[in-house]
Write a protein that binds this ligand. Sequence first.
Ligand SMILES: N[C@@H](CCC(=O)N[C@@H](CS)C(=O)NCC(=O)O)C(=O)O
Length: 275
Amino acid sequence: MSPTATATAMPPAVLSRSSCLLSSAVRLRSFSRTLGSASSFAAPGRPPRSSRAQSVHASSASDPPLDVCVKASTTVPHRLGDCPFSQRVLLTLEEKHLPYDLKLIDFANKPEWFLEISPESKVPVVKLDEKWVADSDIITQSLEEKYPDPPLATPPEKASVGSKIFSTFIGFLKSKDPNDGTEQALLTELTSFDDYLKENGPFVNGSMLSAADLSLGPKLYHLEIALSHYKSWSVPESLKYVRAYMKSIFSMDSFVKTRALPEDVIAGWRPKVIG
Ligand SMILES: N[C@@H](CCC(=O)N[C@@H](CS)C(=O)NCC(=O)O)C(=O)O
């Protein structure tokens, strides 16, 4: 079966999986978009990737799906939860057109098998070459090495663009003193990212979507939902390149398919806000 036939014949579907070992597992054999239909990608100014799409590592029916442990929703049974690092990995799999089996981990009751395979009992964890690999940095690097097509690596000199946004967002979210400088710290990072995108965008690596975007996108999604809910705060309209960036990433098929429910994002950050 050709990749195109695979993608078109298999729309995303969540199927129950009966496994004595992985009771809370669901199988998500998923493809981000029909190969060659670059038009379904909603990023402004992005050139068609049809030539790349045709040369992707074929996630053919014979490819076994990769096992991926992610956080389960705390608000809706059998749904993906609110971990931005897990979404980063899922976005990478989607953009590389790799099928995967999603294992939803209930954080309130982590199964014994998961505690055995995840050194810090954290998600995401992915099984690659019969070994469980933890940490989204390592997982995405390993996926890039093992499945180089389509390439998603961000050039090293651009890889840390926007990397302080997440920590400054958390600082502001947790802050109880409006004058402690945490809002300004976040604004400084977002403004610097806006300046960068203005010169170099629309993505971190120019016109090509790359690993840095797949890492930043889920974090900006959490920022948007959590700061709106807990602080009635949003990215200022003056930061129009950041806002356009968020809009285009959040509307990607792969993002829509792998995003957390807003209520899970809100619930997930509550302990940090309450302190
Ligand atoms: N550096 C890790 C961070 C992973 C992480 O912090 N995962 C959180 C969920 S988003 C987790 O599993 N926490 C364990 C817990 O809260 O019990 C990565 O990039 O994968």
